[in-house]
Design a protein around this ligand. Sequence first.
Ligand SMILES: Cc1ncc(COP(=O)(O)O)c(C=O)c1O
Length: 358
Amino acid sequence: MYPQLRIDLSKIRKNLDTVVSIAKQGGCSLMIVTKGFCADEHIVGEILKNDYVSYLADSRVQNLASYVDKAHMAGKETVLLRLPMLCEIEDVVRYADISQNSELETIRALDAEAAKQNKKHKVILMIDMGDLREGMFFQDEEAILKTCCEILKMEHVVLEGIGVNLSCYGAIIPKPDNLGGLCAIAEKIEKKFSIRLNIVSGGNSSSVYLIPKGELPAKINNLRLGESFILGNETAYSQRIPGTYNDAVTLRAQIIELKHKPSLPIGDVGVDAFGQVPSYEDRGWIDRAIFAVGKQDMNPDGLTPLNTKADVLGASSDHLIMDVTKENYKLGDTVDFSLDYGALLKLFTSAYIDREYI
Ligand SMILES: Cc1ncc(COP(=O)(O)O)c(C=O)c1O
């Protein structure tokens, strides 16, 4: 059935091998982030088969729950990336071996719940190195050390390491200086408490570019990679990673209407279905195709039509409209699209999209 995501598992394996070899080169253990494909079980299956990947990570505890047993059977740990909500502590302890945290109150709740479940729960303390999303602010070293001291007193929570997230809210690029700052904090924690942190996690797909340049600080020993794996993009400078495919997952949509019509709407322009005032390019009369997929499932700006001279004009919640004047399509024909990360995320999240594994 259409619309469908076409998932090429051999290309996925190739992407995985490529990010694994980059992580190895950088001396990093690897968390593969599964949220972009909503923990699709076949893609997760490929990750579980890879010996180098030690962790599967996701921001949604429901996704971790879907594969935690299989992950454990494959000798891998599960990691909750988004800071836990106080209302989900029980599930976090149940389904995540490790969670990223920045609030002592939350960590105390994890400790209490882990005691109840008779478990040890590992935490990565997040440090904000300037991106201004999650984490204890890097300049407040006293507070960071105090929090570590409190965690180290806990019986059921283990301080597994520290981590940073960049290139998200503030779009701050990982560099030897900000990552070096994280390493310096790790060293201070280790020295003050005479411990060894198992994980110093240096960020997401935006840190990948530093490895071939030899600029990832040596103390960074872990990366959490999503987009670089599934789409082959390094996200600091939006470059493709050599040896990866960015069409391992594509969308196939079907034409439900083909008409010759003007390119400009007729009448007074108000707002579109999403409350925006639209703007249109005057292309004269064109062949227009409507495809049965819409903004409820994807973001039309994130689609690139493949092997066609047709181009995307726009979309409403259920309809994608393309100018197909330069093609000879007929009703029922399909077009394939490659995807950006936003479109991929929405398409996997939509309940209206079929999946075909090739
Ligand atoms: C905390 C954290 N780490 C890592 C990632 C993975 O990011 P990317 O897909 O850019 O590799 C994300 C986002 O999914 C995240 O929120």
